[in-house]
Structure formats: structure tokens, C-alpha cells
Design a protein around this ligand. Structure first.
Ligand code: ADP
Length: 425
């Protein structure tokens, strides 16, 4: 510095102005160079910091991508100003899942959410946008094809806010959970089945022990006193009571066997298809029941326009159903009539019906009447199995059973089977 000062003083003192100017210029250049070098050093430090930061972010991106890939997720964001949804990644493997085209708005997405789930998901997103929640986790059904839906699970949260702190962008993930839901449904069904079996087992034990004991007591009691009765008429009466209770007992065992075979889906329960005359079968059935009728206040009859109608189906099962309908009608009718008949429905099915003028069935029991062990009045004789057997038999014949009933007026039960008929005359 002294050298420069001496040189400057010398140059100035000795009047060498040019030399002085050159010296000053040199000094300025040196200052600029030093400043430039310092600036460069600062810039390099900033850039190095930025690069280190970028490298760390890149590392996280790879991790993040790996996670969404492994979880088979789609990631998306919604711009809350335009309400446009954009999928950023889609690693879901299932085919035909929802993926928005550019420009898709949330209103369009809601339209393909299952109607039963639509309002819930709309409310949840609204809660997020309006700050009532920080995170949405929802499961709902999305339309896959016209009438097919799949289950989807989403998680979403607010990713960006505007200057006033209001949500501006939502980010979220979607996962197809159709398989999980299917397994859930299977588990629920298995549990229901187990609970139902348990309920049936208890119902079976309490019903059957009571139903078996009643006729058995009558049989044992009356056969015990029979040897002591000398009057012929009285003996005949006792015999008929014993016979009646024998039939009841047999009937209960028959129903129990049928229902347990149906429950176990017994392979030996194969249909025994044969050709027979349906009119004749119904006539015989009604006649047999009528012979057993001890109530003089009811008329039992069979009416049919046809004199003969050949069908190709399981005779024993049809007979069981018709006989059961007539026997029930007899059990629940104290006066009036019981009429059985045969007709062809507008959908060309055969309808075998039994109508009575009995006590009828209240509406509240209608849905349960074909359930196993169901009885409107638990004091009435019977295990409540007959109609359940009728329904299973009818289904096995490709048909069904149903009824109409009004309390105090009567009931009409019917069996409908496919019209696989050849008219015999
Ligand atoms: P069960 O095998 O004991 O005869 P069902 O399964 O045939 O029992 O019938 C169940 C219940 O349905 C009966 O206990 C009765 O309450 C009602 N029911 C069936 N048929 C008639 C009918 N014709 N009139 C009134 N109630 C009926």
C-alpha cells in the first residue's frame, strides 16, 4: 500500500498525470476483481446448499414412489378453485377402475359414486375443505360398468393453502379394496350361518322335545289304560286317539328327516322324476284328508276344469306339499270350506292351490311363515317345519310356494311349478 501511495504521490508531485490515471485504473480493477471473487464464493455456497437440499428431496421422492407402488395406490390432487381432479400416479392393478380424463370436475366424479354412498363422501370432502377435519378416510362404491360397482378406499388431506390460509389443493390416494370387501362379506355370511345354525339347534331342541312328548304321552297313557277298558266303543275311541297320535309322531319324524336332509344338502335327496296325472294326485290327496276330517262344520272339496293332466316331476314332493297345505287348512279352519284346485297362471306355470275360510294370518307374520320352526301360536300342535319343507321341495322342482291371507277371513296357499305338461285327453 505504501508503494502505491509513494507512487501516487510521486506521480502527482512530479506532474506525471498519465501515470497517475493508469495507477488509479489498476486499483479499481483490483477492487472489482476481489469483489467478484467474493460474490462467486457466496453464490457457490448457496448453490451447494440448494443441491444438497434437492438431493435429499429426490431421495424422498424415490421412497414415496416405492411406497405407493407397493401399496398399489393411485395418487391424485384436486384444485379447489377449479374443482378439477388429476391423477398424478396410478399403480392400481385392477382393470376398468375410475381414472379421470383431463378436465374432470368433482361433480362428475360424485355422479359415478354409488347413490347410497354419494352423500357421505360429499359431506366428508366438504368437512375437509371447510376445516372441520384434517384427514378424510372413506370407503365407497364406484361405478365400473353400467350396473357393476367396485369398492374403493381413499385417504386425503389439504396440501396447499392460499394467502388467507384457506385450502387450495387437496391431495389423496385411492386403493381398490374389492377383494378385501369380498372376504369381509364371506366372513359375515359365515358368521351369520354359524349363528343361524346355533339358533336353529336351540329352537330344534326346545320345539322337538315338546312336540314329540305330547303325542308320545297320549300313546303311552292310552295304551296303558286300554287293557282295563272293557267297553268296545270306549276301546275303539282310545284306539283312534292312539292312531291319530301315531300319525302325528310319524309326521314330526318325517319333517325332521326332510329338514335335516335339506340342511345337510344330502346328495341322496335326488329328485325322482316321473310322469303322473296331477288331477288324480290332487283328488286322492284331498279325499284322504277329507276322510280324516272329524269336523262336520267344514266342507273339503277339489275342483278342476281338467279331468286329467299329465306332468313330469317328483310325485312324492308334490304330494307332500298339497297334503300339507290341506292338513294346515284343516288345522286352522273351524267352519266353512276348504277348496283345492289347479290352474295355469298367466306366466304359463301350474298353480296348485288350497283355500280355506279359517283364522287367517296377521300381516306381521307373513315374512316368517316359511321359516323353519316358525309358528304364529306356539300352543298349536306342530313343529313349524312343514311349510319350510314345502318351500325347499318347491324350489327343488323349479317352482316356489306363496300365500295370501287375511285374519278372520282365511288363507290361500299355493305351489307353482313349471308347466311341463302333456294333456292326456
Ligand atoms: P307345522 O309343520 O307345525 O304344521 P307349518 O310350517 O306348516 O307348521 O306352519 C307354520 C305356521 O303357519 C302354523 O303354525 C300356523 O301358525 C301358520 N299357518 C300355516 N297354514 C295356515 C293356515 N292355512 N291358516 C292359518 N295359519 C296357518
Amino acid at each position: 500500500m505504501n508503494i502505491f501511495c509513494d507512487a501516487t504521490t510521486n506521480a502527482f508531485l512530479h506532474g506525471n498525470f498519465t501515470y497517475f490515471v493508469l495507477l488509479m485504473a489498476g486499483l479499481v480493477v483490483i477492487f472489482i476483481l476481489v469483489g467478484f471473487i467474493i460474490q462467486q464464493k457466496k453464490t457457490r455456497e448457496i448453490m451447494e446448499r440448494e443441491l444438497a437440499h434437492l438431493a435429499s428431496i429426490e431421495g424422498k421422492d424415490v421412497e414415496y414412489e416405492l411406497i405407493i407402488q407397493a401399496m398399489k395406490l393411485a395418487t391424485w390432487h384436486i384444485d379447489l378453485e377449479t374443482m378439477e381432479i388429476v391423477f398424478d400416479n396410478d399403480y392400481r392393478e385392477e382393470q376398468g377402475l375410475f381414472s379421470p380424463k383431463p378436465g374432470t370436475r368433482m361433480m362428475q366424479v360424485y355422479e359415478i359414486v354409488h347413490p347410497d354412498d354419494r352423500e357421505t363422501i360429499k359431506t366428508q370432502i366438504k368437512d375437509l375443505v371447510e376445516g372441520r377435519t384434517d384427514l378424510v378416510n372413506a370407503q365407497f362404491r364406484m361405478m365400473q360398468t353400467n350396473d357393476k360397482y367396485y369398492w374403493e378406499e381413499i385417504y386425503c388431506t389439504v396440501a396447499e393453502r392460499d394467502d388467507e390460509g384457506k385450502p387450495a389443493v387437496i391431495v389423496g390416494t385411492s386403493m381398490c379394496i374389492e377383494d378385501r370387501k369380498k372376504k369381509e362379506r364371506e366372513l359375515i355370511n359365515a358368521r351369520k350361518h354359524a349363528e343361524e345354525s346355533d339358533r336353529l339347534k336351540s329352537a330344534f331342541i326346545s320345539n322337538i322335545s315338546h312336540e314329540v312328548r305330547t303325542p308320545l304321552n297320549a300313546i303311552i297313557g292310552f295304551t296303558d289304560i286300554m287293557p282295563m277298558v272293557t267297553d268296545e266303543q270306549e276301546r275303539a275311541n282310545l284306539m283312534s286317539i292312539v292312531k291319530e297320535n301315531n300319525s302325528k309322531l310319524l309326521r314330526i319324524f318325517e319333517d325332521m328327516m326332510n329338514i335335516s336332509k335339506i340342511e345337510a344338502k344330502d346328495e341322496n335327496q335326488k329328485l325322482n322324476i316321473e310322469k303322473f296325472d296331477l288331477v288324480a294326485l290332487m283328488e286322492q290327496c284331498v279325499a284322504k284328508c277329507s276322510n280324516n276330517n272329524t269336523n262336520p262344520n267344514i266342507d273339503i272339496e277339489f275342483i278342476s276344469k281338467e279331468t286329467s293332466m299329465e306332468v313330469n316331476t317328483d310325485r312324492e314332493r308334490v304330494e307332500y306339499i298339497v297334503r300339507h297345505f290341506v292338513e294346515n287348512a284343516m288345522k286352522f279352519t273351524t267352519q266353512g270350506s276348504i277348496t283345492a284346485g289347479l290352474s295355469v297362471t298367466s306366466s304359463n306355470r301350474l298353480r296348485l292351490w288350497v283355500t280355506d275360510t279359517g283364522i287367517g294370518i296377521d300381516k306381521e307374520h307373513h315374512d316368517l311363515i316359511f321359516e323353519r320352526f316358525y309358528k304364529v301360536d306356539s300352543f298349536v300342535q306342530g313343529a313349524g317345519l312343514g311349510l319350510a319343507v314345502c318351500r325347499s321341495f318347491a324350489l327343488s322342482l323349479g317352482g316356489d310356494v306363496d300365500f295370501e291371507s287375511e285374519p278372520g277371513k282365511g288363507s290361500s296357499f299355493w305351489l307353482e311349478i313349471p308347466n311341463d305338461v302333456t294333456k292326456a285327453n
